[in-house]
Write a protein that binds this ligand. Sequence first.
Ligand code: FES
Length: 183
Amino acid sequence: MPKSLDSFAPCACCDRPLTEEEMVTRCHEIVQEYKDKPGGLIPALQMAQSLFGYLPKPVVKAIADGFGKSYSEVSGVVSFYSFFSTRPRGKFLIRVCLGTACYVRGGKDVLEALKKKLGVEVGETTPDRNFTLDVGRCFGACGMAPVVMINDTVHQRVKPGRIGELLTRVLTGENPTAERERA
Ligand code: FES
């Protein structure tokens, strides 16, 4: 009988990163949860990524073994979908929209400001593991360009000169809609 998903929750008291061995142990539980469900591989990978923040090789291998598939087959699935990452991600995933509307209204400048402020390039994570920087191609909010998505929250009309302010608000959990109100 698989454990409840609550059993996967990270330790609230120490919040230390799991070792790869601990991740693999939890993968066995994830596999039990999904292996008999039709199309269960993708949700299992999503669950593993939600819990660990990324999909390191031992995790992909454990899930492949659990589903009776080859490592290369599951690794191919992971590389096919852009929402999977084999590198550690920060607590906050920042995606700068570079779709046409956002690009022409300053999305590139927003991206450059974020690179400078965070000291990382696209695809990289800050050393404190707070932020990962990425780009996207339209989040469906073109009328509010330029747009930045941070985890599941869309920040509208983002100004390069206010990037530091935005990051501080994200870290402190301040009202994410404030960006629109101050624009
Ligand atoms: S182009 Fe950026 S939200 Fe559509």
